[in-house]
Structure formats: C-alpha cells, structure tokens
Write a protein that binds this ligand. Structure first.
Ligand code: ME8
Length: 509
C-alpha cells in the first residue's frame, strides 16, 4: 500500500468554524476516501492553530484566559469533523505538549544549521492575517491609511526579533520548483509563487516579544515564536517529529497540503524553506483552492453573512452540500454560495438525474419483476455501448481525481447517468414487459449495474447516500471499492423498497 498523507490547514480558534473551513476539510476527505478506494494507506490530519496575537486578542475580548478560550473553541472545530462525515486520523492542537516539543526541536535544528539570527524588526504587521508586510505590498486607502492586500488593518511594529535567513533560499526554492513543477497546484498558483520568489526574498522575522501567547523560543524567555513557524510545524508533529526515525514519520513525510489561496505564500515559500533548512523534504504537493463568497459578497463577520455549516446542512442535507461545493465550482477557482445555485444543483443532478434513475429502475423492478433482477449477459449493442462507456468514464474519473479536478471527475459520472436515463427511455422496459421479459431482464440488469458503478465513483463525494443506494440494491457496503468496479457482484439482485434519497427542493423552501 502506498502512503498518502493529506492535511487541512489548522484553523485559528478565534472564531467558530464556517463554510470556508468546512470546504477545505471536505476536499481533503473526498481525496482521502478516493485514495482509500485506490488501496492507498491514507493518513488524514486536521486540527487547530491556537497561538498568536489574533487568538490572544479574541480571548481577551471574550473575557477568557487564553488557555480556557482555546480549549473551548477548538472543540467546535473537532466536533464539526465527524458532522461533515470526514474521517481524520488525528486532530492536532498547537497547544499540546507534543507540538511544543516538535516546534522547539525544529527551531533548534534551524539554529544549529545557522539559519537563525537575532536582530530588530521594524515594519508592518497585520494581526488578522498574522503576517508581516513590506510597504510596497500594502494598499493606501482614501484616508491615507495603509491596509494589507487582504483588506486587514496593519500596525507598525518595532521589536527585537529572531530572523530566519529566507533570502538564502531564493535560488534553492526556484531550482526546486523548476524540478518539481507539479508540486504547487493549480498551475496559476505555481506561477504566482515563482514570480513572488523571483521578486526577491527578505529574511523573515520569526519571533515576537510584545505578547506571550505562543511557543517559547528555546533559550530566550523574552521571545515567543512567530505563530506561523509554530503552526506549519504541526504537519510534522502529528507523524512523530522530532523523532525522524519513527515509522510514521518515515512512511508519511512528505505530505500533501490543501490550503486556501490566502495562505499559499506561507505554505509554498516559507514552509519548504524551513524544511530544507532543517534537512527535511519539502511537501509533496501544495494545492491552493479558491475563495467562497456569499451571494456575491465577501464572507465576513462584520457584514454578518457568515455561513454556518450546521444551518446550511440542516437545511439541504450533508451530501447535498458536499456535492454542491465540489460540483458547482472547479476546485481551485473562486465560488459563490447562493441559495438558488444550491437548489438548482441538487434538483438537476441529484434529484432529476441520479435520483430519477434509481427511482424509476428500482420501482419498476419492484412492481414488475418481483423486486428481483438476474444478471444475464446476452448483451445487445446498446447495452455494450453503455457498459463500455462506464469503463471509459471510470478511467477519466480516476485521472481527474488523481489531479484533484473533482468537478471534472463528478461530471464524468453524471454524463454516464444521463446516458443511462436515455438508455431506459430508448429500451422501454415497460413495453418489453409485455413482449420480451428476457430482454427486459437484461435491460434492468444493465441499469442496476450502471447505478452500482456510478455509486462507487460517487462514494468519496457523497458517502452516506452511496451507502443508502447500495442498501436499496441489497449490496454489501464493503463492495464499494474500485477492485469490484467492473465485476457484476451478484448473479441475482433483490431490490429493497426504494425511497427518495434526494428529494427535490422547491425554490422557496
Ligand atoms: O489561516 N473560502 O487559519 P484560518 C474558502 N491558522 N476557504 C476558506 C474561506 C473561504 N471564504 N475561509 C476560510 C489560518 N477558508 C492558519 C492556517 S496552517 C499551518 C495555518 C479556509 O482559520 C481555507 O482553507 O484563517 C483557508 O486557507 C483557511 O480556511 C484559513 O483558516
């Protein structure tokens, strides 16, 4: 089994999880489930980023001690993972002692390798972004005040600070990315990173002295680590760092990081430089996805349009939302969350296409064939065309999924389902019932087979519904695997009473 290590960003606990956080976690779950079906040995990590000024400020505003606050808030992120039906292997918190130990060891390694020096930082800092900015990156507002490119406010900071010799890594990073052009996806993000590196890298401030909520810098009590050096290290902590000899570490590192485009620079510039400077391999892949807006507007607390994953899932259903998020927008692009788009997507694909095929085929079998279909292999040309197409679609689906093109992979499945619905229209089993029951049986068995195959492909995206479909077909859930894809698993299938899996949603629901 090949190892496959995938991570979400660890989320800041200054606030509750929203749909943006759910999006990245579900993306990783889809890709992890897909890899499990490929028989890969998957390790899927998520967790919370609990240090830094932003979190400390939020705790003060809510009148909590920092530790009590992060204990309380990180639970919200932990609890939502199973609610989203995401199967993680570890949930890491940066306030855990294993993580403090790992990030201090990483620091010491950088220090031993002569990558760190003490000096003074003077410049702009954004607490909301937890990022340092040079003046030419900032945007000047009408009132002559500067803001970060993200729109976050910035403040002038002057303090003693340790620096990481990032400038030394400019050429090494460029060489690395030239040799591994697929390590940043999609391509447009790769180009963005390359041009950022080419514009020149300055040494990076990696410690703070003006607050205390962070991992202490080894051998200097005055300093806590800059939150990003501590945060990025989580990907190593979970698999056993600093014990580089630990079997999990040897097996899983380097991993694949899924992140939003907002934090690409941290992952694709700073992180590989830290790793190489610590004699470790850079990540295998960094995939930066796009940004969701709500009905065309930026999602923000001040606008009051934050989408609560619990509300939206309660309203439309978990698999419906998992499906919408990854079918509607090419993974990597920005997307807009609109009620109308969700309803349109659920109705047209899940209800009218997939749901309709299951309902019409299974109800027909129940009413007209004593709830049973026997597999028969007397195929006519139309049957062979559809069955062969399902093999081709499977190949396309796998290659898209391997490239994280989830929307394209889903499209392949729904093209197959549309053609299966047309096949039913053309073959008219209701007429065959009167004229040729043997042929009717072949047609029904082909339909059931296409439903079964489509369900296997859909499983990573809509796992609960796929299990329901398998239960209607009276098939073993364990048979949802790729090895079985082209095999008719049973000679005789007894259909259970079908029930609507994806009820249509009315626009004013
Ligand atoms: O950045 N659309 O944490 P964070 C799409 N702690 N994705 C979104 C989104 C939106 N509107 N809003 C949030 C941090 N996300 C750091 C990460 S990793 C070592 C440290 C998702 O809580 C997206 O994945 O601000 C984005 O990168 C992440 O949440 C930011 O989460």
């Amino acid at each position: 089994m090949n190892p496959f290590y995938i991570t979400t960003p660890i989320y800041y606990v200054n606030d509750k999880p929203h749909i943006g956080h759910a999006y990245t976690t579900i993306a990783c779950d889809i890709i992890s489930r897909f890899n499990k079906l490929l028989n890969n040995d998957v390790y899927f990590l998520s967790g919370t980023d609990e240090h830094g000024q932003k979190v400390e400020k939020a705790a003060i505003e809510k009148n909590y001690s920092s530790q009590d606050f992060v204990d309380l808030m990180s639970e919200n992120f932990r609890k939502i993972v199973p609610y989203l039906n995401c199967e993680i292997n570890d949930f890491i918190r940066t306030t855990e002692s294993r993580h403090k130990k790992a990030s201090q060891a990483l620091w010491m390694k950088l220090n031993d390798n002569n990558q760190i020096y003490l000096s003074n930082y003077e410049g702009w800092y954004s607490v909301r972004d937890e990022a340092f900015y040079s003046e030419n990156e900032l945007i000047k507002k009408e009132d002559d005040k500067f803001v970060a490119p993200s729109g976050a406010s910035v403040e002038w900071v002057k303090e003693e600070s340790y620096f990481f010799k990032l400038s030394e890594w400019e050429n090494k990073l460029l060489d690395y990315y030239q040799s591994y052009p697929d390590s940043i996806k999609p391509k447009s993000r790769y180009n963005e990173v390359i041009s950022f590196i080419k514009s020149g890298l300055k040494d990076l401030s990696i410690s703070r002295t003006t607050f205390k909520w962070g991992v202490q810098v080894p051998n200097n009590e005055k300093h806590v680590m800059y939150v990003w050096i501590d945060a990025l290290c989580n990907y190593l902590t979970s698999i056993g760092y600093p014990n580089e000899k630990k079997p999990e570490f040897i097996r899983y590192w380097p991993g694949i990081h899924f992140v939003g485009k907002d934090i690409l620079r941290f992952h694709a510039v700073y992180w590989p430089a830290f790793l190489m400077a610590a004699n470790l391999d850079p990540p295998k892949t960094i995939f930066a996805h796009g940004w969701w807006t709500n009905e065309g507007q930026k999602i923000s607390k001040s606008i009051g349009n934050v989408i609560d994953p619990y509300d939206i899932i309660e309203r439309y259903g978990l698999d419906q939302i998992r499906f919408f998020l990854f079918r509607e927008v090419p993974f990597g692009n920005d997307g807009d969350f609109s009620k109308e788009a969700i309803i349109r997507r659920i109705n047209s694909d899940l209800s009218n296409n997939l749901g309709n095929l299951i309902q019409r085929v299974c109800s027909f079998i129940k009413k007209n064939n004593n709830s049973q279909v026997e597999n028969s292999f007397n195929f006519l040309e139309a049957d062979k065309i559809l069955l062969n197409l399902s093999l081709k679609k499977f190949e396309n689906y796998k290659s898209y999924m391997k490239n994280y093109e989830i929307d394209k992979a889903i499209k392949e499945i729904f093209e197959l389902l549309s053609l299966a619905n047309i096949y039913v229209d053309n073959q008219e089993p209701w007429k065959l019932k009167k004229t040729d029951t043997q042929r009717m049986n072949v047609v029904l068995s082909v339909c059931v087979e296409i439903i079964r195959r489509s369900t296997i492909m859909l499983y990573p995206i809509i796992p609960n519904s796929s299990k329901k479909i398998f239960s209607i077909l009276n098939l073993n859930i364990k048979d949802i695997n790729f090895d079985n894809y082209d095999k008719f698993t049973k000679n005789k299938i007894s259909i259970k009473d079908p029930f609507p899996i994806f009820p249509r949603i009315e626009i004013n629901d």
